[in-house]
Design a protein around this ligand. Structure first.
Ligand code: SP5
Ligand code: ZN
Length: 394
């Protein structure tokens, strides 16, 4: 099926504050570069989706508890106040430093067993939370970070209340943000916030499927020891030299109660549709085996052939096919992650969402056929098993 002329009936959740984050580039290997995580990314996606008929739904303000369910209070406090502290510290006025950037990193190697202290200087505090030099904070960043979290939470709540699928146009993206730290152009973990909203909405088991070109180390870390949220990711092999470098390997399977609720499928640079869809199929098989009442799709489209940030070579039709496989698993909250080629971004996101829509419809047909033939049977795979709020064993 082609996406030409297809009508998108998945609502797009959006807040215009997502445009206020202007990272102003990234510091890469010591030099400031222009960067690719630009406000225009959101504008071109919104244009493509509305042109295909998508309804735009406002992102509703979240309860602070929604953030604290997946992030440390210290991280949220840091993000909320660091720009004001930076301004008050006159880093811009007196030193021309127009964005917050870390300087000293209190790694295990630096601390050498001593306890972490709260440093007096603002510029020394940043490296406790920001683990790379590419994820800058500016004047409108916090408003956008919060708006992206609102959008994710709203999409999770919509799907939790019976919508078959919803899309959150989150910017900045989120899957590299962990419980207590941020990096990789991500600040708060939007996908984790959506997964938590689905749990609150009554989904006993949630699965996050991450098809961004990079491993979602933040999402993996948040749920690594939890059995109620499965995390699966296909991405370019960090072992071949790609971000996030230190994790995303196939032997990371979860820990404690979360053992076997984590699955990584790293792919060689240059991989295209065949190899990539095979990996997406493996992830879907693992989700079905684990069981999921609802799904979060971390939709990064930076595996696109033309994308400047990854060496994967996936086509728009590949993303459509992936969306179909994932849509067949169950109700889906789709969260925007990366994707940086402004010329093809809109087409790729639309293709993935058309796929999700097709997959949802196929699952609904399969489930009613199943019910007709076996009236006493439980729900078919892919059917909604969300229970009303208050009845879930949270
Ligand atoms: C959400 C997401 O897709 N984050 C991507 C983070 C990966 N960034 C790695 C950047 C490596 C340096 N950028 C290349 C600059 C070459 N001029
Ligand atoms: Zn990415």
């Amino acid at each position: 099926m082609s996406i030409e002329g297809a009508r998108l009936d998945i609502p797009a959740v959006w807040h215009h504050d997502c445009l206020l984050h202007e990272p102003g580039g990234e510091v890469w290997l010591g030099l400031r570069e222009s960067g690719t995580e630009l406000p225009e990314r959101a504008t071109v996606i919104l244009r493509a989706l509305t042109a295909a008929g998508a309804a735009v739904r406002p992102a509703e303000p979240h309860d602070p508890a929604a953030l604290l369910a997946v992030h440390d209070r210290e991280l949220v406090g840091h993000l909320a106040t660091i720009w004001a502290d930076w301004e008050a510290g006159r880093y811009l006025a007196d030193h021309g430093r127009d964005r917050v950037v870390p300087y000293v990193f209190p790694t295990g190697a630096m601390l050498a067993g001593l306890p972490l202290r709260q440093p007096a200087a603002t510029h020394a505090q940043v490296g406790r939370f920001c683990y790379d030099t590419m994820t800058l904070v500016g004047p409108g960043s916090w408003e956008a970070i919060r708006a992206a979290a609102d959008a994710a939470n709203t999409a999770g709540l919509l799907v939790g209340s019976g919508q078959p699928a919803a899309y959150a146009l989150c910017r900045p993206p989120g899957h590299h943000a962990g419980p207590g730290g941020y990096g990789g152009s991500c600040y708060l973990n939007n996908a984790a916030i959506a997964a938590q909203a689905l749990r609150q909405g009554g989904a006993g088991q949630v699965a996050i499927v991450d098809i961004d070109a990079h491993h979602g180390n933040g999402t993996q870390a948040i749920f690594y020891e939890r059995a109620d949220v499965f995390y699966g990711s296909v991405h370019v092999d960090p072992g071949a030299g790609w971000f996030p470098h230190y994790m995303g390997f196939a032997d990371e399977e979860g820990n404690g109660a979360g053992r076997r609720a984590n699955r990584n499928v790293p792919l060689p640079p240059g991989s295209g549709d065949d190899c990539w869809l095979d990996a997406v199929g493996k992830l879907c098989g693992a989700v079905a085996a684990h069981g999921a009442d609802a799904v979060v799709l971390s939709l990064g489209v930076d595996a696109a052939a033309a994308d400047p940030e990854s060496p994967l070579q996936v086509t728009a039709d590949g993303y459509r096919a992936a969306g179909e496989l994932i849509g067949a698993l169950g109700p889906v909250a789709v969260i925007q992650e990366g994707g940086y080629d402004l010329a093809s971004l809109g087409e790729y996101v639309l293709a993935a969402l058309i796929g999700v829509q097709t997959g949802r419809k196929q699952a609904a047909v399969a489930s009613s056929a199943e019910l007709a033939s076996r009236p006493d049977a439980g729900p078919a795979p892919g059917a909604s098993r969300l229970v009303p709020p208050g009845q879930a064993g949270l």
